[in-house]
Design a protein around this ligand. Structure first.
Ligand code: SAH
Length: 346
């Protein structure tokens, strides 16, 4: 297994069978070695600096019906809310004072937020916080829409591909959504000049090691600047309520493999990982991550943006818990920095 890991680091590639062996047959000592290599590769570009992103969950209205997601349109139990421009700007102001230099606007696919409204919000943030990066995570839109948001001042876009296997994609999503359009969006975003984030859930219903190998291939092909990877966690008001959660171990394995595939990628230790395991953030860092995304949303709305059961938004998942996060990261040997944390140019 060590030979595979060394070759993965050197060539950023393995055969399908070798990827599968790494996922299925690695012993604890192999994983420790993989994690050590992932840390070394990360340290070469980023050292022990950890970038923070202030996450603003600005709407949980959604026109889509993804089977895994707690804010899917056919969940009548979701208490819907929207933040207005002034509330979003207030979140940014609070975040700026805490030391955030990236704001991530995430939401369901809410038709209320037309291109006009989104461009207006992005321009206002751009004008008020010229030294900050603006990341959007608002789903699938037209190329023209992405161009407009980029022109308004957005710099980055997160759009997990969720799974690179078309049949698996169809199991997770309603018929009107397709992997093909998801990938069209990702390619448009990258071509326009966004630092673009793809990614997937680990352990979603029906996912095999073969699916994960296809995810790795997609990342090799797309070369995104960011990759969001977290465990699938069930939500009680979705069709997947009785499905088992993904495992932290397997998530960490995927994170470390992706660090070796894309050495300079921005790789968050996700909230889902922090929800599944108390020490998820630290274990993510140990597997090669270099980003965390604490919650900057107003406190009363956080409980409503429930993508999965028990989603954490307190303690060091919360922006105001930054001191606690800093302390935990310092104890693990990492330094949370005040920085935009862009993908390195070259
Ligand atoms: N509407 C936006 C944002 C989606 S929410 C978009 O389409 O991109 C952000 C991410 O949360 C999703 O991409 C998905 O990977 C993750 N997510 C949703 N439901 C989840 C669940 N039940 N368990 C774990 N992750 C989930």
């Amino acid at each position: 297994m060590k030979a595979y890991i060394d070759r993965l680091e050197r060539t950023r590639d393995l055969t399908d069978a070798e990827f599968r062996a790494l996922l299925e047959e690695s012993a604890p000592a192999d994983r420790d070695y993989l994690f050590a290599r992932a840390r070394a590769v990360r340290d070469r570009t980023y050292g022990r600096r950890v970038f923070i992103r202030g996450l603003i969950e600005f709407t949980n209205f959604c026109k889509n019906d993804c089977r895994y997601c707690g804010i899917r349109r056919s969940n009548p139990c979701a208490q819907r809310y929207r933040l207005d421009k002034a509330q979003i700007l207030a979140c940014c102001q609070a975040g700026y004072e805490l030391g955030f230099r990236t704001f991530v606007l995430q939401g369901g696919e809410d038709p209320y937020f037309t291109d006009d409204r989104m461009a207006d919000i992005v321009s206002a943030i751009r004008a008020s916080f010229p030294d900050c990066a603006i990341t959007l995570s608002i789903g699938e839109r037209s190329r023209a829409s992405y161009e407009r948001l980029f022109a308004a001042g957005a710099n980055r876009y997160l759009l997990r591909h969720e799974t690179a296997d078309p049949d698996h994609y169809a199991r997770l999503h309603p018929p009107e959504l397709s992997l093909e359009n998801r990938l069209r969006c990702l390619r448009d975003l990258k071509a326009i000049g966004f630092q673009t984030g793809a990614g997937f859930m680990v352990g979603s219903p029906g996912q095999t090691s073969g699916c994960l190998v296809q995810d790795f291939r997609l990342l090799q092909d797309l070369q995104p600047q960011m990759v969001g990877i977290g465990p699938f966690l069930p939500h009680r008001d979705t069709p997947f309520r009785d499905e088992p959660a993904g495992s932290a171990e397997r998530t960490l394995l995927c994170l470390a493999i992706v660090r070796l595939l894309l050495p300079r990628a921005l790789l968050p230790a996700t909230t889902a990982l922090g929800t599944l395991a108390d020490d998820g953030r630290e274990r993510g860092m140990n597997a090669g991550c270099n980003v965390v995304m604490p919650n900057l949303s107003p406190k009363d709305t956080r409980k409503k943006y429930l993508l999965y059961d028990n989603k954490r938004s307190d303690g060091d998942e919360a922006a105001e818990g930054l001191a606690a996060l800093r302390a935990r990261m310092a104890a693990a040997g990492y330094e949370v920095v005040v920085d935009r944390g862009d993908y390195p140019m070259e």
